[in-house]
Ligand binder design. Structure first.
Ligand code: SF4
Length: 888
């Protein structure tokens, strides 16, 4: 076992005293992405909570992106699941927990332990994860527990284990600030890890870091880059194979590090099969990349879902790791490969063994001595002896009836899994399904026999681990609403009712201590994950801490040439790179999926606040102008996108940021927010053979115009489910806004509007049937309750203005835009300060602004969280480009 000194806390972790008559300010951690920003939450004592970035948290040093900054607006308990329900009827906790225990025990008794499964989430805290994994692997005796992190970074885990012998992220965030070159591959860091991107941009300003973005799309991250390589989709393995050859051919391999690695010859032999033409890059751009990477000792390669979400994701990861291992550029300040995780606690889940093919504390399920050590520690009656079902296989087993009882915690697989419609049908048909969530209305929770109310962010207590291995506390600062209970408690209660002992913790501190103690056992077996010095830590006051502690390893791994493989040497893995399967005439486009700047996953939290919905309020298809032309798709119309798996209707956004043949669509919308806009119904269940991670970045699709007979826009204080083929809902202050369209006309528009408005007949109407124009408003007691605008073409309106009229007298609402003395600010770009695109372009033109800072000084845009700065830079650049072109 490694002897470690007591950890040196990075910052103090205790709550601050009350200020301004409110309650104590609590240090906690953002629940969204893997950056893991520290948050100061200050309840005001009147139900509100002020949110600030924690200046003392090392991950963000006071910064927050717009999602984090808006957290205080997402804490309403309206509509929450507040008591257990069985078949939709309220039940006591005892009844619900007994039922789950009975159904799980019954399925196991009748069909064996592999007939039950848990599907969990990177939203769980480490303590929740630990308890779920212990129950499944150590007491039920099956490894059928997998997590939605399988969809996010399983290929990184597999690649790490092949190369390092352990799932170890070698570096730290500060390496991005110490590097001379940072390569971002398959990572839209500016939108998906905004605060880390801001740290990188600050380092670039301070020390001239060269930033290279490798992405088929020209994303917001490209705005801050020195070089954008629009790689052929899926060609990442070829690119890094070519880099390995270039490094070898130019004498750039490290002779000092060579004794610490194996496999260079076979890796090189495989890499020789990759050709420059495979990358789709120009010779000049390829040469620039190879030369810059080779010549820079301090180089960090950051990668994310663009690498992982592929059927060759693990190979791509290893192609990257090969280059760092061969040059010894790993685990030292300013150099190394760096996988950044999507979820807030994907890393914590990996640490406890939340993946179906891991044990606990990075131990191996296939290893008998590892199993024996964990079983001994848990004093458990049985132990899973082989890997369980990975996510896609798990839901396949559910569909085939092999899983008889399923418990889903804090995730929404009916929307997020590939082939999502089939997964939803499988869940619906399963003998028994329990769901623990904050909401009973998610697409998945609606399918459950038992719904358990869970505590959410601000109410629960525990730890999370971010992408750089930093463990931080999430602390409660609000009471649990209704009968909501923490997930660890729910799982422990079921375990006890199944007759198991060892599940009687008083709280998360005891669970964390047990987890830390088990990691000490793992350390004796050579695991990298040993936090046993935290067993007796002051849990309440625990400050953010990176493992291993600084005194031992400088917080990094492998710089000393010591790996966790059998011989202690890092392994280069031969990668025979291949491009994705060729497209067919029936499905000639390759759809790329991803995220938008201001939303998180299926929007169950981020979708609660109008602020985060102003930027991009509906599902869309970003498509190249040439493709749009050929298909007859006009801007802002709708496209019907079809794959062999399903069909979606998406708003057309024409843009040369995507390559011809490779459109993009975001994945956030659900049956609750845009039933026709669910993108994962299009994604095939294709997985990487090593990691089991789905290839969510590549869905073959056909595209055609959606034959809309009418388009509509509505604002309303109600919450309707419109009767039309396409609708998308977004919150606005005082209600919702709706985008609408259909291929058939209603018999009577006034009747249709009345139904949309929840039975309230329009009080004001403006119509021109010859042009297909209809406008309706409902004003009651002097206040605007709802308005609907219908036209044959996409409805041109000042949407922000209309949303702002709800609850007012609604004067002039049917005009659809403000009076001539009130300019339309346009779509929101800066969500913090509510600055619209038209306002920005006007200021750039009239004031001659040439920089984001100048724009910030003029309008404030981009001066708060900074998430919009790349888009502001793009708007300024585009304006001046057009200006120059017009002048020529
Ligand atoms: Fe939260 Fe934004 Fe920080 Fe991610 S970057 S942890 S979403 S504040």
């Amino acid at each position: 076992m490694k002897q470690m000194k007591p950890p040196t806390p990075v910052v103090g972790g205790m709550p601050r005293p009350p200020q301004d008559g409110g309650e104590a300010t609590i240090r906690t951690t953002c629940p969204y992405c893997g950056v893991g920003c520290g948050v100061l939450a200050s309840p005001d004592g009147r139900g509100g909570v002020a949110i600030k970035g924690d200046p003392d948290h090392p991950a963000n040093r006071g910064r927050l992106c717009v999602k984090g900054a808006a957290l205080g607006e997402t804490l309403s308990t309206d509509g929450r699941l507040l008591s257990p329900r069985i078949a939709g009827a309220e039940a006591s906790w005892d009844t619900a927990l007994d039922l789950i225990a009975t159904r799980f025990s019954g399925a196991i008794a009748q069909h064996g332990p592999d007939a039950v499964a848990l599907y969990v989430s990177g939203q769980l805290l480490t303590e929740d994860y630990y308890v779920a994994n212990k129950l499944m692997k150590g007491f039920i005796g099956s490894a059928n527990i997998d997590t939605n992190s399988r969809l996010c970074m399983a290929s990184s885990v597999a690649g790490h284990r092949r190369a390092f012998g352990s799932d170890t992220v070698p570096g730290q965030y500060e390496d991005l600030e110490l590097a001379d070159v940072v390569v971002l591959v398959g990572s839209n860091l500016a939108w998906c890890h905004p605060v880390l991107h801001q740290r990188l941009m600050a380092a670039k300003s301070a020390r001239g870091t060269k930033v290279i973005v490798i992405d088929p799309r020209r994303t917001a991250t490209c705005e801050g880059a020195d070089l954008h390589l629009a790689l052929a989709p899926g060609a990442d393995g070829h690119l890094f194979n070519l880099l390995l050859c270039h490094l070898f051919d130019n004498g750039r391999l490290s002779a000092d590090f060579a004794p610490h690695v194996t496999g260079i010859d076979v890796a090189l032999a495989a890499a020789r099969h990759s050709m420059p033409g495979d990358t789709g890059l120009s010779a000049a751009n390829l040469e620039r990349f190879l030369t810059l990477w080779a010549a820079s000792e301090k180089v960090v390669t950051v990668y994310s879902q663009g690498i992982n979400q592929s059927d060759t994701g693990t190979d791509k990861v290893n192609a990257i790791l090969n280059c760092h291992l061969a040059t010894g550029r790993i685990g030292k300040p300013g150099m190394g490969p760096f996988s950044v995780t999507g979820q807030p606690n994907a890393m914590g889940g990996r640490e406890v063994g939340g993946l179906a093919n891991m044990l606990a504390c990075h131990l191996e399920i296939e290893n008998p001595s590892h199993r024996a050590a964990v079983q001994g520690f848990w004093a458990s009656p049985t132990m899973a002896e082989r890997p369980g079902l990975k996510a896609v296989d798990m839901f396949r087993a559910v569909k085939e009836g092999r899983i008889k009882a399923l418990w889903i915690l804090h995730t929404n697989p009916a929307v997020t899994m590939p082939d999502a419609a089939r997964v939803a049908r499988a869940i619906r048909a399963c003998d028994f399904v329990a769901v623990s969530d904050l909401w009973a209305t998610t697409d998945t929770a609606r399918l459950a026999h038992v719904q358990l109310p869970a505590t959410g962010w601000g109410e629960k207590d525990g730890t999370v681990t971010n992408s750089e291995r930093m463990i931080s506390r999430q602390r409660a600062f609000l009471p649990a609403p209704g009968q909501a209970r923490p997930d660890w408690w729910q799982v422990a209660q079921v375990a006890r009712r199944m007759g198991f002992s060892g599940f009687d913790w008083a709280g998360p501190a005891e669970i964390f201590a047990e987890h830390a103690a088990l990691s000490g056992v793992a350390g004796t077996l050579g695991s990298d994950f040993d936090i046993s010095d935290l067993v007796d830590a002051d849990y309440d006051g625990l400050a953010p801490v990176i493992w291993p502690q600084a005194a031992q390893k400088g917080g990094r791994f492998f710089g000393d040439g010591q790996f966790h493989t059998q011989g202690g040497r890092g392994r280069l893995v031969p990668v025979t790179a291949r491009l994705p399967e060729a497209l067919t005439p029936d499905h000639p486009f390759r759809l790329n999926t991803g995220r938008v700047r201001d939303q998180w996953h299926t929007m169950t939290r981020s979708g609660m606040t109008p602020r985060l919905s102003q930027h991009l309020a509906e599902p869309y298809l970003e498509i190249h102008p040439g493709d749009a032309d050929r298909l007859g798709l006009a801007p802002a119309t709708l496209a019907e996108v079809e794959s062999p798996r399903g069909r979606a209707i998406l708003r057309v956004m024409i843009s040369d940021r995507v390559a011809p043949g490779h459109p993009f669509a975001p994945m956030h919308w659900t049956g609750e927010t845009a039933p026709s806009g669910r993108v994962d119904v299009l994604v095939p269940g294709l997985v990487d053979a090593v990691s089991g991670q789905p290839a969510s970045k590549s869905a073959p699709v056909s595209i055609r115009p959606f034959a809309a007979r009418w388009y509509g826009f509505a604002v309303t204080t109600g919450d309707p489910r419109p009767d039309c083929a396409y609708w998308a809902k977004a919150p606005v202050a005082g209600g919702v806004q709706l985008e609408l369209a259909c291929h058939s006309l209603p018999d009577n528009w006034s009747t249709w509007a009345t139904a949309l408005f929840g039975g309230s007949a329009p009080t004001t109407t403006l119509s021109d049937p010859s042009r297909g124009l209809y406008r309706f408003a409902v004003v009651t007691e002097g206040r605007l309750r709802a308005a609907l605008f219908v036209a044959r073409d996409p409805v041109l309106l000042a949407r922000g203005h209309l949303a702002g009229l709800i609850g007012t007298q609604g004067q002039g609402v049917l005009a659809g835009r403000p009076g001539s003395n009130q300019p339309d600010p346009g779509i929101t770009i800066c969500a913090c300060l509510n600055v619209g695109q038209n306002t920005i372009l006007d200021a750039v033109a009239t004031k001659g602004l040439v920089s984001v800072d100048a724009l910030g000084a003029a309008l404030g845009a981009g001066t708060n969280c900074g998430s919009c700065r790349p888009e502001l830079a793009a708007l300024i650049a585009r304006h001046h480009q057009r200006h120059r072109e017009a002048a020529e």
